[in-house]
Design a protein around this ligand. Sequence first.
Ligand SMILES: C=C(O[C@@H]1C=C(C(=O)O)C=C[C@H]1O)C(=O)O
Length: 487
Amino acid sequence: MDSQNPALQDVKECFRQQVSKLDLFEAIDFISENRKQYQYLSFSIQIPSVDALAVLEQYPDKDTFQYYWEKPSAEFSIAAAGSLARIQTTGQQRFRNASDLGKELLNTVHHITNLKHHLASVHLLGGFSFFDHNIGKQWREFGAGSFSLPEWVLVREGKFTVLTVTKKIESTASETDIYNSFVDTFDRLDRICDAGTYHIESKKTFTSEINTPDTDSDDYRKWVDSVENATDLIKSGEFKKIVLARELNVNLREPVSDTRLLNHLRNQYPDCYSFLISQNGESSFIGSTPERLASFHDREVLTEGLAGSISRGKTASEDAVLEYELLHSQKDLSEHAFVLDAIEENLQRFSDVFEHPITPGVKKLSNVQHLYTPVHARIKEGVSRTEVLSRLHPTPAVGGYPRETAMPYISKLEHFDRGWYAAPVGWINANGEGEFVVAIRSGLIKSNEVRFFAGCGIVEDSNPQKEWDETNLKFIPMLTALEHARK
Ligand SMILES: C=C(O[C@@H]1C=C(C(=O)O)C=C[C@H]1O)C(=O)O
């Protein structure tokens, strides 16, 4: 295989240049000889830089699996579609089962590339629900744990873009048929990667009104009740912290475009991870979260404590005062300390390194600022990434402390189904890399029905009205994106 400058070529040409017919026939022969192990053939090639979100937006098959991930400040994005195989797990062992099934699945893929880039690999994309099971109607297609092997995945890091196409190889197909089907797919992708041919939908006027409940509403009364119940339980010693969340339901007159929402989110929140998962086009779970659950690179793990919140100031001085207040607020510092303690307790057995700055810093987003402590760990030999995820999730930033006593109260005190809200969403690849976020600042979009989620940590001296205001602050990113996403 020889690779030429991809900037000068289209996607189909890149494939022809980087994968010869001979390479492909050899790969097919290899699979035929090792039928027991291999079922899938996968190629990674370098292509000219494209905007991954535009590619997903232009992808015509909207009723298949779709996935998007971007952290603009890291110049990193992933777009993918089509599901060749899907791992689904549920129950207490769902993380471990996903790990076992994931490894099995990856072992059945024969992957070919001439690239040395770490992202030229086979990726599995998906996540888990917040709770072990009990997925309600709204979240049915998401399940309690779900990872897809996509038909194509485009990963862009800086100026380097890798396109990986995978196909199931039927024993009855001829070498030429298989070659042609790869050419067909690259041809289709060629069109959606060529901005010169893009179809741009015009924005229609949006007539729906978005009314958020005020303090005279039933929602507010229920919220006050829940927070008071929680603080009573904390005072009686049942647990020390619990995170309670709200669902904001918006019924629109017109359907709303998920990629438009996402485009706004990624532009407004470049330090956050913007994500989209749609299992079959029925509904999309999207969000722009500031919170990393864990990123993996070999045995190195980066996780973080993100808890304790205050609004942003309108002037530099007001902002500095608010930051100072946050850094000196005993209530917020204790909310934050629970998270770090729990991360340490949960990683202790699995990691021989646990390092973080002595005092929290502040992460500033455009609507809110949080106490933030990055944590570096190194997992012991043989510990799987999913094992680490299962230990970390849910941290007391979205669950409670102690976890075992606080968790059962979440569904008792909240009035909606969390589904995948505040749960681990992300990707892993066959090179031992992966990244998972905590899916907050998120919403579930189903045509013209939209549900947004926002929560906050409740400790002994929490005040229901202040916590209500904090959740309202956290709804702002999704509500503003909605304003901009009118189809
Ligand atoms: C639960 C949410 O946010 C979490 C709770 C925070 C807090 O209580 O201060 C801060 C950041 C997040 O860890 C949410 O945004 O829905």
